[in-house]
Each structure stands twice: as structure tokens, then as C-alpha cells.
Design a protein around this ligand. Structure first.
Ligand code: GLC
Length: 583
């Protein structure tokens, strides 16, 4: 009896100790298990437009190195640099000729090594952009493959015979317009290109191709990079039968995205990438994965997934009615915008997500998401608040942190971006007049994000002492780093405050997301909560004042307001506030 009692007591003690250990483990679980890239902020630099140090009109690697302290002041822990490899630059570096050498416009391999070293001193990792769906047609691989049908790289690309009448193998339209197939005289065959004709798609079915790509990634890991963004990754696998699609435009073609994005079997390729590149390292990999539905997020980024994060495009495509064609758009309500974010946030229990409103392919967020907002500073602060307080890793795109806006050019000729010209043409073909077509380009051109970084009030906004490769936006005297640095109420200093807030309140990083007043067309409001604290975020998404009293006002402490002071029960236009709530 005594023994049994002893055993029972012992068991009880064990259970209690076990329970305590377990719940202690759980309290610390989120924090302890967070990987470095979940705990940080990523900054995307578009090297051509970031900072030019040699006066050739293109930004360069030393330019990025020279601004590391600036980036550190934003709390950035990783810099994703869009491709800096040797390239004919017909798609600004997304047409790679040689993944092992650096584009001389940007500098040298030594410059990259210095950047990695200097960044490391500031605890910042460099993230490379791997363009692995295609190469440039000037790559040695393609030159060999296209020279005839009997060479070592014969099937490194996707070659197919013409149809009987000599036309392309099917009716797919490339993402940059026109047929996705281009004729090669030497081979008497067509090759496939998801994007432009100078970007032939690699044949991932060939293990030599895959291994060569994995070698490239490993070369860069050995150089010390901290992560990768994998470009256009959803297109690497093609369906076995490359059949015609339903025509979706006046040209009788069918957008390739609907035919090849996220094809069955793609994850096998990517598991191999994970195993041969990432396993055993602490690098992070984020995929540009347009076409992966939310329901599949776990397969891609869950515990047994292939990547750490993938970019989802639902939000940035909110206005488009017909795929991603700019000629047909619609207005959207705040509740629709919130719903997309809500769904995405709710799905993050088992996966981690990148948060982004801008990148080098998107318009500026202030124009994109708040087209009617006239108070650009407070509008930009409202979006910043959202970006920095949702669950996930924020990706800030260069210039977003100072509230840069779209550039408005007068003629289509002034646009550099290849897709702007294609979208303009498609808009005309689909019935828009010239001015309407140009307006689409003004609204969505990738040049909006690519105009040079606005550093100060000097000529060319301090970006270059030469002639900028792309014109600086007109508003640089008002919107620039130098002026904002000294202004406590600037967009830049608001980003810095938010970055500090994330550090001081880990609930903003690991906490759950619970939305309040989901149907409101005025407020975006949610609670980020972990075991230790509860942070309430409320953002007025209108240009008017809105009455607002938090629940339990007595136990709610205002942490920050984007206006810098407390106006009590009234939220001012586009005002954002964060509160701490007591349990
Ligand atoms: C990705 C890049 C884009 C590029 C395209 C082709 O979408 O972000 O800039 O043009 O791939 O590589």
C-alpha cells in the first residue's frame, strides 16, 4: 500500500514536473524556435537604381556597401539583391549569361566579397536572386544547345518541332507577350520561353541541368551568402503534353501562366534543390511562387516543404480582372483588401510568410493600394504599419521606406521596362485608346519601382554623378532620405520606430493574428498576441477622422501613433496606432 502510494506520488510529481517543463517549453517555444530570418527584416535592393559610386549611371555593389549603416538603421538583417550576374541586361539582369561572374556595370567579384564581409560585420546577410527557370540566350549553355541537334547540351532547353504548317508547337503566349516559342534556324526547331524570346527556359527534366544549377547555388553559399530568392520558380516544370490552351485575348493565344504554373511534379525538383543546396545550412530560401494557392502553402513551406517562404501574389493582383493584364482593372474595397491579408495570416500557423507590398515588378504601394490618398506621408505610414506588424518577415523594397511614389511619364517611349511596352500593346489591341493605354502603364509599370533611389536634394537625387540610366522621379526634392532623416515625423523615421517596436514587443513577431471589425470599410484592426503580451494595431484607412475607443481603455496603453502624439478618441486621417493591452 505504502509502495503504491509512493509510486502514485512519484507519478504525480513526474506529471507535474513534466507539465511545467512542457508548458515552459511552449512559452519559450516560439521565441526559441524562431529562425534568424523569421526574426528579421529583409530589404530588397535593385542594384541598377540603388546607388552609383563610379558615375556610369547605374547603381553598383560598392553603392550598396556604402549604405549598409543606413540599412542597419532600419533594423534590416538581410538584403536581397536582384541579379548581379553577367547579363546583356535586356530584362535588367533577369537574363543571366553567366551565374559565376559579376555584371561589370555593378562591379567585380571582389566588390561582392567586400559587401558580404562588411554586411556580416553589421549582422546583415546578403541574399542572392537565382534565375533558374531560364537563362539569357547569350549564355554559353544556350549558344551550345542552339548550335545544332548534336551537342552535349542538346536537351538543356525545351526544344520542339514545328506543327505541320510550320507554326509554333502550341498557342501559348509568353508573359512578356507574343508566342512563347521562337524559331531556331540552326536546329530547325522552336524553343520555349516563359518570358521574352531572349530568355529560353531550361529543361529541368535533365539531371545535368539541375545539378549545374545546384552547383551554382552552392558556389554562392561558399561565398558566404545568407539566402536565396528563387525567381519565377513555379514555371520550372512543364506538363508532359504541351497542349493548346483556350485563347484569352484578341491574338488567339493562351497565357502560359495558366498552362504551366505549379505543374504536378514540381515539388520533386524542389525537394532535390532543398536536399542538395539547403540542408545542413542556415540559409533561407524564398520562392517567387506565383500560382501556388493558399491551400498548398503547407506543401511548399510547411515542415516537410521545399522552401522557407514563398511570395504570394493575391494582394498585389487585387485590381486585375483578367490574369495580370493591366488593361482591365477594377476598384476594390478595404474589406476585400483586408480579406486577402486575413486569409493569408490565418493560414500561418504551420508556415511562415514573407510580407510585401512592393518589389521591383510592382507599382509603388501608396499608388497601388491607396490610389485616392492625397496625404501621401500618412498613407505611406499606414501601409508601413501594416507591413511591419503583420505576422511574417517584412520585405521592404528600396524607397518604400521613404514613401517613394509612382513616376508619371508623358510618353510610352520614356518607359524602359519590357513588360510595359507589351502591356501597352495589349491594351491597344483590346480596345483602349492611346491615352488609356498609357494610363495603365503609368499605374502599373515596373519602372515605377525602378526609378533611382532618392537620397538627397542634389542633382539626380544624389543617386549618380553621371547620367542616370532611368530618370529620377520629379518629387525627389520633397521625398528623399536626407530630408527625412532629420524629420522626426517622416515616413523613414516611422519605419525606424516600427522596427524598434518589433524588437521590443516580440508578440509582433511570433504572436497570433486576430482581426477585429473585419467588415469595417474604415479601420484595419487586429491583435497580435503571444503568451506574454497583447498588441493592438489599429489603422485608419480613410482620409477622414474616425471615432475610436479601444475595448477596455483603462488597461490599454498607447505605444506609438503615426502622428507622434495622442489625439484621444479620434483617429486622424490614415493614422496608425499600436497599443499594449493588459491581460
Ligand atoms: C520575375 C522577376 C522579373 C523578371 C521575370 C523574368 O518575375 O521578378 O523582374 O522579369 O521573373 O525573369
Amino acid at each position: 500500500m505504502k509502495l503504491r502510494k509512493c509510486i502514485a506520488i512519484l507519478l504525480c510529481i513526474t506529471v507535474i514536473i513534466g507539465f511545467c517543463a512542457c508548458s515552459k517549453g511552449q512559452t519559450g517555444k516560439n521565441e526559441q524556435q524562431l529562425k534568424w530570418w523569421q526574426n528579421t527584416i529583409v530589404y530588397e535592393a535593385y542594384p541598377s537604381s540603388f546607388k552609383d559610386t563610379d558615375g556610369n549611371g547605374y547603381g553598383d555593389i560598392p553603392g550598396i556597401t556604402s549604405e549598409l549603416d543606413y540599412l542597419a538603421s532600419l533594423g534590416v538583417g538581410a538584403i536581397w539583391i536582384t541579379p548581379i550576374f553577367a547579363s546583356p541586361m535586356k530584362d535588367n539582369g533577369y537574363d543571366v549569361a553567366d551565374y559565376y561572374s559579376i555584371n561589370p556595370l555593378y562591379g567585380t567579384m571582389e566588390d561582392v566579397e567586400t559587401l558580404i564581409e562588411e554586411a556580416d560585420k553589421r549582422n546583415i546577410k546578403i541574399v542572392m536572386d537565382l534565375v533558374f527557370n531560364h537563362t539569357s540566350d547569350e549564355s554559353e549553355w544556350f549558344k551550345e544547345s542552339s548550335s545544332d541537334r548534336n551537342n552535349d547540351k542538346n536537351d538543356w532547353y525545351i526544344w520542339a518541332d514545328a506543327r505541320e504548317d510550320g507554326s509554333a508547337p502550341n498557342n501559348w503566349r509568353g508573359i512578356f507577350g507574343g508566342s512563347a516559342w521562337t524559331w531556331c534556324e540552326a536546329r530547325q526547331q522552336y524553343y520555349l520561353h516563359t518570358f521574352a524570346d531572349f530568355q529560353p527556359d531550361l529543361n529541368w527534366e535533365n539531371p545535368d541541368v539541375r545539378n549545374s544549377l545546384f552547383d551554382i547555388a552552392n558556389f554562392w553559399i561558399d561565398k558566404g551568402v545568407g539566402g536565396f530568392r528563387v525567381d519565377a520558380v513555379t514555371y520550372i516544370k512543364k506538363p508532359d503534353l504541351m497542349l493548346d490552351g483556350v485563347a484569352d485575348g484578341t491574338d488567339g493565344l493562351s497565357g502560359i501562366h495558366n498552362m504551366t504554373a505549379n505543374t504536378e511534379g514540381i515539388l520533386d525538383f524542389l525537394h532535390e534543390f532543398k536536399e542538395k543546396v539547403q540542408d545542413g545550412t542556415d540559409i533561407f530560401v524564398v520562392g517567387e511562387a506565383n500560382g501556388v494557392p493558399n491551400e498548398q502553402l503547407e506543401d511548399w513551406c510547411g515542415e516537410n516543404g521545399v522552401f522557407d517562404m514563398i511570395f504570394s501574389f493575391d494582394l498585389v493582383n487585387i485590381q486585375f480582372v483578367n490574369g495580370e493584364y493591366w488593361y482591365k482593372t477594377r476598384d476594390f474595397k478595404l474589406s476585400e483588401f483586408k480579406k486577402i491579408i486575413h486569409v493569408f495570416q490565418q493560414g500561418t500557423d504551420d508556415v511562415w510568410v514573407p510580407l510585401f507590398f512592393e518589389n521591383h515588378d510592382q507599382p509603388r504601394s501608396i499608388n497601388h493600394f491607396l490610389p485616392d490618398c492625397t496625404d501621401k506621408i500618412n498613407g505611406a505610414k499606414a501601409l508601413a504599419t501594416l507591413l511591419m506588424t503583420l505576422r511574417g518577415t517584412p520585405f521592404i523594397y528600396q524607397g518604400e521606406e521613404i514613401g517613394m511614389t509612382n513616376v508619371n511619364r508623358d510618353t510610352i517611349e520614356e518607359y524602359n521596362d519590357i513588360s510595359s511596352h507589351n502591356q501597352y500593346k495589349m491594351a491597344l489591341e483590346n480596345g483602349l485608346d492611346r491615352e488609356e493605354a498609357l494610363q495603365c502603364v503609368r499605374d502599373y509599370s515596373r519602372d515605377n519601382a525602378r526609378s533611382p533611389m532618392q537620397w538627397d536634394m542634389t542633382a539626380n537625387s544624389g543617386f549618380t554623378r553621371g547620367r542616370a540610366w532611368l530618370a529620377v522621379a520629379d518629387n525627389y526634392l520633397a521625398v528623399n532620405v536626407g530630408s527625412e532623416d532629420n524629420d522626426p515625423n517622416s515616413v523613414l523615421n516611422w519605419y525606424r520606430q516600427l522596427s524598434e517596436l518589433r524588437k521590443e514587443h516580440p508578440a509582433l513577431i511570433d504572436g497570433s493574428f486576430n482581426e477585429l471589425r473585419e467588415d469595417s470599410e474604415e479601420l484595419f484592426m487586429y491583435i497580435r498576441e503571444n503568451k506574454k503580451e497583447k498588441i493592438l494595431v489599429v489603422i485608419n484607412f480613410t482620409g477622414k477622422q474616425v471615432d475610436f475607443i479601444p475595448d477596455n481603455p483603462g488597461s490599454t496603453e498607447l505605444l506609438i501613433s503615426s502622428y507622434g502624439d495622442d489625439s484621444g478618441d479620434i483617429l486622424r486621417p490614415y493614422e496608425a496606432r499600436c497599443y499594449r493591452q493588459q491581460y
